[in-house]
Design a protein around this ligand. Structure first.
Ligand code: AMP
Length: 306
């Protein structure tokens, strides 16, 4: 099945207790598309970069089978730039710089070859742009999933609410779920958020795993306990890419299959944090992914009789 991915394609500068990078390739859509490319062949990217974005990085995305016809290049403008610094626990970070640049006036164009994409992943971007993408699709996709962040809750709450009402799955972290719902307890928060529109909700809890909700059930997937977390940047997007990539490749949107998709998302995210930026994600092979999925199965399986 085909998968349409939108989001930022960016330069990031990252500081963790392990080191610092200059401007490296990042962005929500970059991580989503790379991650899903290991699971689904038909990936269509809608995003925008400036003339400063290296052509070899676009080629790198294409070498992963990602279609870049929908990637606009604004030759006279600068790419989106984000910089963040992680605290010692690696679970929290401060955003140091957000320069929207090309994203400020981004008008997404959906090429005709993307129009019938079955699955849509709305990566982190302004909710106005995310909504335009939904409105500009000729046929209704089978499933629309969406990520967002506190930045948009702070500055575009009304627009964000409108976009959330149009999607099937919302993927956010625990802090964002609390801010969005005004509830501290995540089960209460989940109920309130699903009442805003999405039928399914995923709440990511970093090294403490992820919760998948629908109106009746909840499923918990642990995160893989890793000896070393080098750089968590993009882990959330990589999770989203693994999740939606698995759904698109299996074309099954039942709650049971979403549980498997959450495991794929968590497995892909566990690779992402092992190196800086996209470094680990660009060179994976299928056997590594399979053995990591097996680790997740072993981690959660238990024989018990009551
Ligand atoms: P994550 O660590 O999963 O939250 O994602 C980090 C990625 O999100 C980085 O590569 C950034 O370029 C991108 N990002 C950060 N802030 C924004 C924003 N306001 N809009 C779009 N993308 C963003």
């Amino acid at each position: 099945m085909s998968l349409l991915v939108i989001g930022s394609v960016a330069f990031d500068a990252i500081e963790t207790p392990f080191g610092k990078t200059d401007k490296i390739i990042g962005g929500a859509a970059t991580y989503i598309a790379l991650s899903s490319s290991y699971l689904e062949d038909d990936i269509n990217l809608v995003a925008v970069v400036g003339g400063d974005f290296p052509k070899e990085d676009i080629k790198l995305l294409e070498s992963h089978g990602i279609d870049t016809e929908g990637l606009q290049i604004k030759e006279d403008e600068k790419s989106f730039f984000w910089s963040g610094k992680y605290h010692n626990d690696m679970n929290s970070r401060d955003t140091l710089i957000t320069e929207l640049n090309v994203l400020e006036n981004f008008d997404p164009v959906i090429p005709s070859s993307y129009q019938n994409s079955d699955y849509v992943m709305l990566g982190n971007l302004s909710p106005d742009v995310q909504r335009k993408v939904i409105e500009r699709m000729e046929s209704k996709p089978k499933l629309i999933a969406m990520d967002t962040m506190n930045f948009w809750m702070d500055i575009s709450k009304e627009s964000l609410d409108k976009t959330i009402a149009m999607v099937d799955v919302l993927i956010i972290n625990d802090e964002e779920a609390r801010q969005l719902s005004g509830e501290y307890a995540l089960v209460k928060a989940a109920k309130k958020i699903m009442a805003m529109g999405p039928q399914f909700l995923i709440i990511k809890k970093g090294e403490h795993g992820a919760l998948l909700f629908d109106s009746e059930s909840v499923y918990f997937c642990p995160a893989l306990p890793l000896e070393e977390v080098f750089d968590p940047t993009g882990a959330g997007d990589t999770f989203a890419g693994g999740f939606i990539g698995y759904l698109a490749s299996t074309d099954d949107i039942s709650f049971d299959n979403m549980k498997r998709a959450v495991i794929y998302g968590s497995a892909m995210a566990s690779f992402c944090v092992e190196k800086f930026g996209t470094e680990r994600l660009v060179n994976l092979d299928q056997s590594e992914i399979n053995s990591r999925i097996q680790q997740f199965i072993d981690l959660s399986q238990v024989q018990i009789s009551i």
